[in-house]
Design a binder for this molecule. Structure first.
Ligand code: BG6
Length: 469
């Protein structure tokens, strides 16, 4: 790729990505129920960086108008956030009027500022009482999600054009059920796949409901529905062995093709299901499931990209818990790391994903729905005016990714836009406020005051001109 200036198409959009649980705070007001982040915070605040739990958000409940104005001033024409299931619905599965009013106000504030709200329905934030009823392993919860989605489409169907069922549906099975990293800290591969399967059904049921409500005029005719995932391309070493390639196949199969097949074909990849079965992992299928999954086809996709996956053959076929292991990490000697987050920086991955889409799913449009760099305390470097001096690392990160996007588009990729993650700093799960992503700082010591960082001037220029230099 040339390092020369790149230009993005005129109709390419720029925007911000955020989520309800990471921005709203106000977790005990307006009839909001406990979600799994609130529960974990309540059980063990010390698990969160500096003991900043889920209650923090970034105060967007009070600062929404200001934040959307900021996005507009940066040249952003859209912003994606999520509705919190635990705020919109009460424990009887009815719409909570205060929750509904909150989101009507939020979307109106976006529109007022000239920013199109993109709405996602789920961002790792299961209501705790539904976890107690079996979580995503339970069909009752899968159906409850479909009912919640139907309620959201009905409530906001005349307002919202861009809907998404899930953000990164691979992450909860992995983090909560497989890697033992997030509450409830399980290390059970088979249960993780049951959760993955339950979420897949839930997605398809929601899409089905969306289509039905659109046909009946409840959802606006120009509305579109999609899915967002971290479709991280898996790479392996040079001159790989057949076993290394097998590690790539299963990593790609579980994390990428599973969802891509679901949203383009309405099926799950048979080779992955067969390999799982050979290793004793059976999905809890029921008669009629294939018909449900067949409804899962979407109008477009969101691609969250931070880092590639690099894998190689595992040393052992099972782990200490008796789980099957299909791959282990491969550390590429040339990797450039973001040490704060432990993630490799590899901008070309965005282009490689574009190529995969062109080859395997050529009809589907997509956009980069998250990308960004979180640096610990933004190195605490400030200029005399008190602005965070982040341009030396944030600008090259974004610029290199945008250049690869421009290159892919030139070669025919159907990539329609770019949303930067956490354009205004927000709460990052158990890392809380350790790593900062924003073009705009949130000052926790001064009532969540917003302060533009040095990089905000650069992104404004790019978003307004579409010239990346
Ligand atoms: C994505 C999520 O995986 O990455 C966001 O959709 C998250 O919710 C973002 O905040 C950055 O990761 P982290 O863990 O540094 O906040």
């Amino acid at each position: 790729m040339s390092t020369m200036q790149a230009t993005l198409p005129d109709d390419f959009f720029f925007g911000a990505a955020l989520s309800g649980p990471q921005t709203e705070g106000a977790w005990q007001s307006g009839g909001k129920l406990e979600n799994l982040w609130d529960r974990w915070s309540n059980l063990d605040l010390s698990a969160f960086h500096n003991r900043v739990g889920s209650y923090a958000g970034n105060d967007m409940t009070r600062k929404a108008a200001e934040d959307f104005e900021t996005f507009a001033s940066l040249g952003f024409s859209s912003a994606r956030t999520s509705i919190q299931w635990s705020r919109l619905m009460d424990a009887n599965g009815k719409v909570n009027p205060e929750g509904a009013a909150y989101y009507h106000r939020l979307f109106a504030a976006a529109r007022e500022a000239g920013v199109e709200p993109f709405v996602n329905l789920y961002h790792f934030d299961l209501p705790a009482y539904l976890f107690d009823r079996g979580g995503w392993e339970s069909r009752e919860v899968v159906e409850a999600y479909a009912a919640y989605a139907t309620a959201a489409f009905t409530e906001f169907g005349s307002e919202i054009e861009h809907w998404f069922t899930f953000n990164e549906p691979i992450v909860e099975p992995e983090m909560r059920y497989e890697h033992g990293a997030w509450y409830p800290f399980l290390t059970d591969f088979a249960r993780a796949r049951t959760v993955q399967y339950g979420i897949s059904l839930a997605h398809a049921l929601a899409v089905n409901s969306f289509r039905d409500l659109q046909a009946r005029g409840v959802v606006r005719p120009d509305a579109q529905i999609g899915l967002i995932n971290c479709f991280t391309p898996p790479y392996t070493k040079e001159n790989p062995s057949p076993a290394d390639l097998e590690a790539v196949r299963m990593t790609d199969g579980l994390c990428n093709r599973w969802w891509l097949d679901l949203v383009t074909k309405g099926t799950l990849p048979q080779d992955v299901i067969d390999t799982l079965a050979e290793r004793g992992v059976e999905l809890p299928t029921r008669p009629g499931d294939a018909e449900i999954l067949a409804q899962g086809k979407v109008d477009w996709l969101g691609f969250n990209y931070y880092h590639p996956a690099r894998v190689q053959a595992p040393e052992h076929g099972t782990d200490e818990h008796g789980n099957p292991v299909f791959a282990r990490e491969y550390v590429w000697p040339d990797a450039v790391m973001n040490e704060s987050r432990g993630w490799e920086i590899y901008p070309k991955g965005i282009y490689d994903f574009a190529k995969t889409m062109q080859r395997d799913y050529p009809d589907l449009e997509w956009f980069v729905s998250e990308n960004g760099i979180g640096i610990e305390e933004d190195r605490a470097e400030r200029d005399d005016a008190g602005r965070i001096m982040d341009a030396s690392y944030r600008v090259p990160f974004v610029r290199d990714h945008l250049r690869w996007i421009a290159q892919a588009i030139e070669e025919g990729a159907k990539c329609r836009g770019y949303h930067y993650w956490g354009a205004i700093d927000c709460w990052s799960w158990n890392n809380a406020y350790k790593n900062r992503y924003g073009f705009v700082e949130v000052d926790l010591a001064h009532d969540y005051r917003r302060l533009p960082k040095q990089s905000s001037d650069w992104i404004r220029q790019v978003a307004k001109t579409h010239i990346v230099d």
